[in-house]
Design a protein around this ligand. Structure first.
Ligand SMILES: *[C@@H]1O[C@H](CO)[C@@H](O)[C@H](O)[C@H]1NC(C)=O
Ligand SMILES: *[C@@H]1O[C@H](CO)[C@@H](O)[C@H](O)[C@H]1NC(C)=O
Ligand SMILES: *[C@@H]1O[C@H](CO)[C@@H](O)[C@H](O)[C@H]1NC(C)=O
Ligand SMILES: *[C@@H]1O[C@H](CO)[C@@H](O)[C@H](O)[C@H]1NC(C)=O
Ligand SMILES: *[C@@H]1O[C@H](CO)[C@@H](O)[C@H](O)[C@H]1NC(C)=O
Length: 332
């Protein structure tokens, strides 16, 4: 019996004694929401958060640029192999509007739910992953330095964009925070970040959605690019999210509580979409595709869409996604 079935059984009032004991296990700890980071998107952002449910309606599974089905749903996605690319049905060069997502309102609410995944680890640790999904990564939102800007070239755009922050709690107390940025990221003690109502405040880069601890200019990890952050629209993920637990020993997800649209949608969706190990966007277009060009062998205007939460090292022991180099900084 899955957690979603259990929660449903609870909602319709069957077997109350057994269920109430189980629900206590299924809910996310309250501190996961109490200390959820608040994120400022860029003031001139054009690619806002997207509901994964909405994204799925605009893509089809492809392998080696060939469609293997004309649609994908929450029930078919878990059967897809890791070499699948969920590919836009629309030509991205024609700038369809669905990748623009939904801008948060003045309360920090967007109709695009975030994804919160909690993972219990030895030593009283709970790692809470706050996943941010955007349907498009527009690298040209970052400023191209030096000669490149005169040549009007851009690179690193892709359909689908998974970013995250992670707060490590020890016995319910927030200890460290990790902010993903492109292929890497930065780790800090939780108290090192500025906070609002006790919640760490983070900044999301224009177009690329890399997460930073400060507003301003940041060096992107691709040469020639700078990311920009400022105190633009605030996104409060606790107002609308899908919540899950991940069991590292079995590598399985279970449904926990959610809020708003995410909370309503997740019960019927199951957890199969979190098990999908393929890509959430188009495969890098080849050079014959109109609009594609490459600056070096690896840096092209359009690159591969990213993998999802399951590929982000949820079972990590160190705070960073890449555990081989992880320094937890004590100031920003
Ligand atoms: C935002 O965009 C407007 C119009 O393109 C521009 O004038 C303004 O400088 C931009 N502001 C920032 C902070 O990028
Ligand atoms: C996809 O292309 C690669 C490289 O050309 C090839 O090795 C692989 O067998 C192809 N896969 C499928 C499923 O056609
Ligand atoms: C922010 O991104 C937009 C495109 O989405 C771009 O037009 C603008 O120049 C970017 N601003 C900065 C400061 O890089
Ligand atoms: C999570 O599982 C992986 C694979 O079994 C293991 O290497 C890792 O140490 C586990 N993480 C923790 C925190 O126990
Ligand atoms: C992890 O960090 C190490 C050391 O900086 C680096 O050599 C390696 O390429 C990184 N791994 C990934 C997957 O980025």
């Amino acid at each position: 019996m899955s957690w979603s079935t259990l929660i449903w059984a609870c909602l319709i009032g069957t077997a109350p004694t057994f269920i109430s004991a189980t629900l206590a296990v299924a809910a996310l700890p309250s501190y996961v929401l109490q200390f959820a980071p608040l994120s400022h998107l860029y003031s001139n952002e054009t690619y806002f958060p997207t509901d994964v449910a909405d994204h799925l309606t605009h893509v089809q599974p492809e392998i080696n640029m060939s469609a293997i089905a004309d649609s994908v749903t929450f029930s078919t996605i878990s059967s897809l192999a890791s070499d699948v690319y969920l590919t836009s049905k629309d030509d991205i060069e024609n700038l369809p509007s669905w990748p623009n997502g939904v801008k948060p309102d003045t309360t920090g609410l967007t109709s695009a739910p975030a994804t919160i995944i909690a993972v219990q680890k030895p030593g009283g640790i709970v790692d809470a992953f706050y996943f941010y999904f955007y349907s498009y990564n527009y690298c040209s939102g970052a400023n191209v330095r030096y000669l490149a800007q005169y040549l009007d070239i851009q690179f690193g755009d892709h359909v689908g964009d998974w970013e995250h922050s992670m707060v490590r709690f020890v016995n319910g107390v927030p200890q460290d925070i990790y902010l993903s940025a492109h292929d890497g990221g930065f780790a800090y003690t939780y108290g090192a970040l500025p906070s609002q109502g006790g919640r760490a405040v983070t900044y999301v880069a224009n177009g690329t959605h890399a997460n930073y601890a400060t507003p301003g200019k940041h060096q992107h990890d691709l040469p020639l690019l700078d990311d920009y952050t400022d105190a633009g629209p605030l996104w409060d993920v606790t107002l609308n999210f899908r919540g899950y637990w991940f069991d590292n020993s079995t590598q399985t997800f279970t449904v926990a509580n959610g809020a708003n649209v995410g909370g309503e949608e997740e019960a019927s969706e199951g957890v199969g979409w979190l098990e999908f190990a393929g890509h959430w966007g188009d495969q890098q277009y080849d050079l014959l595709f109109e609009g594609q060009y490459c600056v070096t062998a690896t840096e092209c205007k359009y690159v591969d869409g990213p993998t999802g939460p399951i590929a982000k090292n949820l079972g990590r022991t160190a705070v960073c996604q890449n555990e081989s180099s992880c320094t937890v900084q004590t100031s920003v």
